[in-house]
Design a binder for this molecule. Structure first.
Ligand SMILES: NC(=O)c1ccc[n+]([C@@H]2O[C@H](COP(=O)([O-])OP(=O)(O)OC[C@H]3O[C@@H](n4cnc5c(N)ncnc54)[C@H](O)[C@@H]3O)[C@@H](O)[C@H]2O)c1
Length: 380
């Protein structure tokens, strides 16, 4: 491929498109938005004006334009699969907002078709490419916390009712915390620790009817998930995802190894610290305490939290931005390598999220059927 700057066609110019359009071009100069499309013509017109996008299209017109190399889909989840397949059939590479698909069957079809056509497909989230999570992956790879034994990941809060202008859809089929927020936690976890071997999950709901500010909504999905993860590497972990708990002091993400502990930021908002506690330092501190109560307090009490030291990221902190995955996919096309946000990785996450519902309904553990290759670090 001769072109170095690839053309992006954006389908879906609603609430979230600015998160991409503010970085694709301005920050990532190997891509350039060349056209946009939306069922709502006004939304497409407004985005084109805001971001200087030359062409406003229908999806079909976009698929026919040779200037578009990658179709970026930022529509509502129900249309992700059909738009992805249509773009692939038109010979375009695709990057899609999460989730890639709503079922494993759809994800399998996407992966198989893209492979047959020699096209790349990636799906959000790409926050594992953030400086913080790339640094964590490097810490793990370099053995900074020894063998990884356990992870604790928690998306815990009261849902979007107190801030979202119209959160009712989150309680309807296709909603719920596992499908909406699970991809952030699962993608980040598996991009650090490798594929899952099996999962188990219980789920329930706090309310059958959700009393929202402007309406009462019948809850059609589980709103509280308690999942157990078993990775092929031997690491185990727990993942809570809930819209039903007002407040919690659980960590957003912690990774426990034989030689230390990593406290990681929220893999969605990227808020929260990146800190490392080293087992040697912890043991030395506890050994400075002479009495049994002091030792117990140093081990279990909050005072020893100061031993979690801030870690400098291997590149400067740039915050909660989107677009890294699209830029990497474009670079992969030019360089003839696999993108880091690979279709297989996204399919694995899709399978796990669907498995949580299967487990919750059957009461049985679920053996994963898909795998992926651990993505290369952005830098060594
Ligand atoms: N809003 C957020 O904070 C947020 C954060 C992270 C990820 N996301 C993801 O981004 C995606 C979009 O979310 P949003 O909040 O921007 O939704 P939105 O409803 O504000 O915008 C979606 C847009 O897509 C258009 N659209 C829907 N189907 C279409 C089709 N078949 N063809 C063309 N246009 C179509 C709609 O007209 C709408 O303008 C979702 O997958 C969501 O999970 C959203």
């Amino acid at each position: 491929m001769e072109k170095r700057v690839l053309g992006i066609g954006v389908i879906g110019t609603g609430t979230f498109c600015d998160a991409y359009l503010s970085t694709l071009g301005p920050k990532y100069s190997n891509v350039r938005p060349v056209s946009c499309a939306d069922l709502n013509a006004e939304a497409a017109k407004a985005a084109a004006a805001r971001w200087n996008i030359p062409k406003i299209y229908t999806s079909e017109e976009m698929f026919a334009d040779p200037e578009v190399d990658i179709v970026l889909i930022i529509t509502n989840p129900a249309s992700h699969y059909s738009l992805t397949m249509a773009a692939l059939k038109a010979g375009k590479h695709v990057y899609c907002e999460k989730p890639l698909a709503t079922s494993l069957e759809q994800a399998n079809e996407i992966v198989a078709f893209a492979k047959e056509k020699g096209l790349f497909v990636g799906s959000a989230p790409d926050t594992f490419l953030s400086p913080e999570y790339q640094t964590i992956r490097k810490l793990i790879d370099d053995g900074a916390i020894g063998k990884v034994i356990n992870v604790s990941a928690n998306y815990v809060g009261p849902g979007a009712d107190l801030w979202h202008p119209n959160p009712g859809f989150l309680y309807k089929k296709g909603g719920g915390p596992a499908l909406d927020m699970g991809p952030y936690f699962l993608t980040t976890l598996v991009a650090m620790l490798g594929p899952l071997d099996s999962v188990f999950c219980y789920a329930n709901r706090g309310w059958d009817v959700r009393r929202l500010p402007h309406e009462d909504v019948d809850v059609e999905v589980f709103t509280n998930y308690c999942a157990i993860l078993s990775f092929k590497s031997g690491t185990v972990g727990s993942l809570n995802m809930t819209y039903d708990e007002w407040k919690s002091s659980l960590p957003r993400m912690e990774i426990y190894g034989t030689e230390g502990v990593i406290e990681a930021p929220d893999p969605n908002s990227m808020t929260g610290a990146l800190r490392l506690l080293k087992a040697d330092e912890f043991k030395a501190y506890v050994n400075t305490k002479e009495s049994l109560p002091d030792r117990i307090n140093a081990i279990y009490g909050p005072e020893s939290r100061f031993l979690f030291r801030d870690v400098e990221t291997v590149v400067p902190r740039i915050g909660n931005e989107r677009g890294a995955g699209v830029a990497d996919l474009a670079a992969a096309i030019v360089e003839g390598r696999k993108p880091r946000v690979s279709a297989e990785l996204c399919r694995h996450v899709t399978e796990a999220i669907n498995a949580f519902n299967v487990c919750a309904e059957t009461g049985m553990p679920y053996k994963m059927t898909t795998e992926f290759e651990l993505p290369e670090l952005l830098f060594r």
